[in-house]
Design a binder for this molecule. Structure first.
Ligand SMILES: [Zn+2]
Length: 263
């Protein structure tokens, strides 16, 4: 049976070791990690130290999300563009060293990313080449501007470059929901599963919004993806009155009901 995981950040500011214990106690077997140290001071652990804590808790690391605030720079022919490339190349090396098999990255950030550029495509090719050398898979996630994602994936046919399907982003931002999942079923390396009502990117538990989970489940089952169902149960879904345990339980039970059928 396919495993079940959740993002290490699920919306509650509690110490990292406790967060991980609650994830395991809720029944999850795997997590998605955040590969960036911008929260290291508040969290008290670097990304590498957190990876160790995750494994010590008996959880697997399904993939790690690379930071997103330099993604737009990848499209710029400027020193910032080169700095972004260097950063993401180093991140891929870091994942390889840490034994994390999949890196998740966006191709754009926000509503108005820079124009498509030759240098941008060249840099994504360099990232794919580095991933291939290091035996890491690079999964590009659908956000806004899915035309850009499609161009990158269709232009660069590296075996190390594939798709991270985000069900919530798809439902809010794609012209035709579920089409990307079908289009890249042979290159699916990661999934971010969460629900919404088609208006906002709410990151709700599966089954509590309007997404057709039968289509999502079949799309994943028919794909090349072998990994766990992994949830992004953070953000707006954290109601102040709800305990972290209750929050995790809602996501766990939603995923069981929507994704595992009669198993
Ligand atoms: Zn996502």
């Amino acid at each position: 049976m396919r495993g079940l995981g959740i993002f290490t950040w699920f919306g509650y500011r509690i110490p990292v070791p406790e967060r991980l214990r609650l994830i395991r106690e809720a029944g999850f077997d795997t997590v998605m990690h955040w590969w960036d140290d911008s929260f290291a001071e508040t969290d008290g652990f670097t990304k590498e130290a957190q990876a160790e804590l995750i494994r010590r808790e008996g959880l697997c690391i399904e993939n790690a999300h690379l930071q997103t605030n330099q993604v737009n720079d990848l499209w710029l022919d400027s020193p910032n563009g080169e700095a972004a490339l260097a950063r993401y190349l180093a991140d891929i090396d870091g994942l390889a060293e840490c034994g994390i098999p999949v890196a998740v990255l966006h191709t754009t950030s926000g509503i108005c990313p820079p124009e498509m550029s030759r240098v941008g495509i060249k840099r994504f090719r360099m990232l794919a080449d580095r991933a291939e050398q290091k035996c890491v898979k690079l999964a590009l996630e659908n956000v806004r501007h899915t035309d850009r994602l499609v161009t990158v994936l269709d232009t660069i046919t590296s075996p190390a470059l594939g798709f991270c399907y985000d069900s919530g982003h798809d439902f809010v931002w794609s012209d035709v929901p579920y089409a990307l999942l079908a289009r890249y079923q042979g290159r699916l390396f990661a999934v971010h599963l969460h629900d919404n009502n088609g208006q906002n990117d709410d990151h709700l538990a599966p089954g509590t919004g309007a997404i057709d989970w039968g289509i999502v489940r079949n799309g994943i089952e028919e794909s090349s993806y072998q990994g766990a169902y992994t949830l992004e149960g953070d953000g707006a879904a954290a109601y102040p009155a709800q305990t972290p345990q209750a929050h995790l339980a809602v996501h766990y039970q939603g995923a069981r009901a929507m994704l595992y059928g009669n198993e």
